[in-house]
Write a protein that binds this ligand. Structure first.
Ligand SMILES: Nc1ncnc2c1ncn2[C@@H]1O[C@H](COP(=O)(O)OP(=O)(O)OP(=O)(O)O)[C@@H](O)[C@H]1O
Ligand SMILES: C[C@@](O)(CCO)CC(=O)[O-]
Ligand SMILES: [Mg+2]
Length: 433
């Protein structure tokens, strides 16, 4: 049965080791956050209209689905068993046709967001799918290194695949299962959300969307052979670590930072290449430590050292920012632990792996100093669940009208109210693929 109103949700992530080097096929370690993106899909009265309502980035657009050149676009799509097949690169002819539809969008962010949406829409849906409104709200800071683009892409890939019957809706609230059918559906979502990420920044490794799809914690390695899937090793016994997340709120774009590293790599290949290798070796070393049967103070101390080294290497490839260095200096002066930038860098967030022997007063002092710089700091919990779906059947009758009101959802003021009204940690009975 096709639902006419439903939610899909997917988590953000923290990269603990190996951002940027992940793009170059080196191993990296990341874990899902409890912060998430939520997408509501609701049928439009006018079924010819496709509407985007993304209040978090002040974006609102409507297209008539008959303006999409479906036949022209389909000529460039390969199908296997009725399902579209992903490609190594975005198909330039399709990007061109979509760009023509978007001609008058002045903001670069809005343009890329709409391109990513329509790229997925034209592959995963057809003109027969009735028009819907797609409304996204996120409890993640956007463009801050915590995978907001990937969690958005995963929500869209999953929702569009359900709408067009490419995958089934999930049926169980037990997350940790490995039925073959469910695995295929998750793979489908993962692969298509990667195409969404490609619209955002050309050359993503796939680590962010993998974590947003599957949740939990992973060691991830992109394989350089085209059409070979990446290696994704689930880290079930991820050690418990006290992590402080600090958002400098300096805006930046992952696309620009990934492009900057590529430029440095082409200008100084002999210097950059060993740095990227070192980052990969560091992630492999960290994996061994994190999965060792014994994990205690000594291992935590080694991890802190690796965090320090990883940050230094990221500085060397040019992706830090004075504000991120300020976070590091404050954390170092107060001796609260080891700090590195996380995600693409250039602003956004840093993580501090807290030294468990540092006095609580020092941690509070550092947090106050972060606050005085205008940064937000909070302790995070890792290992959030992967992509999930919520339909009317999963919500008690008395709550349904409020939970599924598009007007209320789009107007929710902050993360707390989003989490309270529809969040995965609440009473609503989310289902997992
Ligand atoms: N809630 C949202 N609503 C609409 N678009 C969003 C939302 N969250 C993220 N996006 C899209 O993702 C873009 C930010 O992606 P970007 O890759 O630059 O940062 P990030 O994913 O937050 O960080 P990183 O890639 O370093 O983990 C936004 O400009 C927007 O296009
Ligand atoms: C910078 C990067 O390594 C992580 C962004 O969260 C890019 C990627 O892996 O796609
Ligand atoms: Mg991103």
């Amino acid at each position: 049965m096709t639902e006419t109103t439903f939610f899909v949700s997917a988590p953000g992530k923290i990269i603990i080791f190996g951002e940027h080097s992940a793009v170059y096929g080196k191993p990296a370690i990341a874990a899902a956050l409890s912060l998430r993106a939520y997408l509501q899909v609701s049928r439009n009265d006018n079924e010819n209209e496709i509407t985007l309502k993304f209040p978090d980035i002040d974006l609102s657009y409507t297209w008539n689905k008959h303006d999409i050149p479906w036949t022209e676009i389909r000529k460039f799509i390969t199908y296997e068993n009725g399902k579209p097949v992903t490609t190594e690169e975005l198909v330039p002819e399709i990007v061109d046709k979509i760009s023509n539809l978007l001609g008058d969008i002045p903001s670069r962010t809005h343009f890329t967001t709409c391109l990513s949406f329509l790229y997925l829409y034209t592959h995963l849906c057809t003109e027969d799918v009735p028009g819907n409104t797609f409304c996204i709200r996120s409890t993640l800071p956007i463009g801050a290194g915590l995978g907001s683009s990937a969690s958005t892409g995963v929500c869209l890939a999953a929702a569009l695949s359900v709408l067009s019957g490419k995958i089934n809706s999930p049926t169980t609230s037990i997350h940790d299962k490995s039925s073959k059918d469910e695995t295929h559906q998750l793979e489908f979502i993962d692969n298509w959300s990667l195409m969404g990420e490609k619209c955002f920044h050309g050359n993503p490794s796939g680590i962010d969307n993998a974590v947003a799809t599957y949740g939990g914690a992973v060691m991830f390695q992109r394989v350089s052979v085209p059409s070979q899937p990446s290696i994704r090793t689930t880290m079930r016994n991820f050690p418990s670590m006290k992590l402080l997340l600090t958002n400098t709120k300096i805006p930046r774009s992952t696309a620009d930072l990934v492009g900057g590293v590529a430029k440095r790599n082409s200008e100084y290949p002999k210097l950059t290449s060993p740095i990227l290798d070192a980052m990969g070796n560091l992630a492999s070393e960290a994996y061994k430590i994190m999965t060792a049967p014994e994990f205690g103070h000594v291992e935590l101390e080694t991890l802190r050292e690796l965090v320090e080294i990883n940050h230094g290497l990221l500085v060397a490839i040019g992706v830090s920012h004075p504000a991120l260095e300020k976070v590091k200096v404050i954390a170092d002066i107060n001796k609260i632990g080891a700090t590195k930038l996380t995600g693409a860098g250039g602003g956004g967030c840093a993580i501090t792996l807290i030294d468990e022997s540092s006095p609580i007063e020092s941690i509070h002092k550092a947090i106050n100093e972060f606050g005085r710089e205008g940064f937000d700091s909070f302790e995070t919990s890792l290992g959030g669940k992967g992509v999930a779906m919520l339909t009317k059947h999963d919500v008690s009758e008395e709550n349904r009208n409020v939970v599924f009101s598009l007007e209320e959802f789009s107007a929710l003021k902050d993360s707390i109210s989003i989490e309270h009204q529809i969040g995965t940690s609440g009473t609503n009975n989310w289902k997992y693929w």
